[in-house]
Design a protein around this ligand. Structure first.
Ligand code: ATP
Length: 219
């Protein structure tokens, strides 16, 4: 089974990392792949370049073998459509291996506006994590996909390569990348919202309005 967790990761933070670890344990897989988007089609331009966001991700998972970075959306270039990413993964995995994509319910609420969304059930299972502010309209397409899913439990995802839509409650940290960017822009400390190594890299690269760290003054 391959488990992929996509996002802008602008920047990666402990909310994302805890979710990936919880999911890895709940699914019983050796690793979860974090897939940063290059050009996210459904939101404004990220606050940091793809190369910078990727470098932050690598710093975040450097000592955690259960989390790996998959940079295929950057290598591919152009707008990062999830259906294209899942098609590419499906070609690599073959027809039978289960492929699972995970996302928050805030992201899933807009599923119908994604390019080629109808193709996704044929390519992967979708695990949706409820997030505050990410409630689904009762009769909406995303809600109907969850209601009519052929797979109802995480165990059932192992029995088929794709096609399940599962609503999975997980403990969540109330952290957003938006809040972290605001802290940095306002000169406030975002410490403990994200790994220290990621914060150090943000300072070294001078991202999100932070003045680049002076190499002679690193404490
Ligand atoms: P922003 O504040 O810039 O919108 P974000 O923190 O919501 O960013 P994204 O990169 O947009 O992060 O999110 C990637 C995925 O992670 C989405 O599926 C989103 O629902 C989920 N996610 C974001 N923050 C958390 C969190 N604190 N806990 C669990 N999942 C999260």
């Amino acid at each position: 089974m391959r488990v992929v967790y996509g996002g802008t990761f602008d920047p990666i933070h402990h909310g994302h990392l805890r979710l990936a670890i919880e999911l890895r344990e709940r699914l019983g897989v050796p690793a979860v792949s974090l897939v940063p988007s290059h050009i996210p089609p459904h939101r404004g331009a990220p606050g940091a370049t793809s190369a910078d966001r990727l470098a932050l991700l690598h710093r975040a998972v450097a000592d955690e073998p259960g989390l790996v970075v998959d940079d295929r959306e950057l290598s591919r270039g152009g707008a990062s459509y999830t259906a294209d990413t899942l098609r590419q993964l499906r070609r690599e995995l073959g027809a039978q291996e289960p492929l699972v994509m995970v996302l928050g319910s805030d992201a899933f609420a807009g599923f119908e506006s994604w390019r080629d969304w109808q193709a996704i059930a044929g390519l992967a299972h979708v695990v949706v994590i409820p997030r505050p502010g990410g409630e689904l309209e009762p009769q909406s397409v995303p809600a109907r996909l969850l209601e009519t899913s052929p797979a109802r439990t995480l165990d059932a995802l192992w029995a088929a390569p794709a096609g399940g839509f599962i609503w999975l409650e997980l403990p969540l940290l109330d952290i957003s990348a938006t809040a972290i960017r605001e802290h940095l822009q306002q000169g406030r400390s975002p410490r403990y919202l994200l790994p220290d190594a990621v914060l150090a890299e943000i300072r070294e690269r001078g991202l999100y309005g932070v003045h680049p760290a002076c190499p002679r003054n690193t404490n």
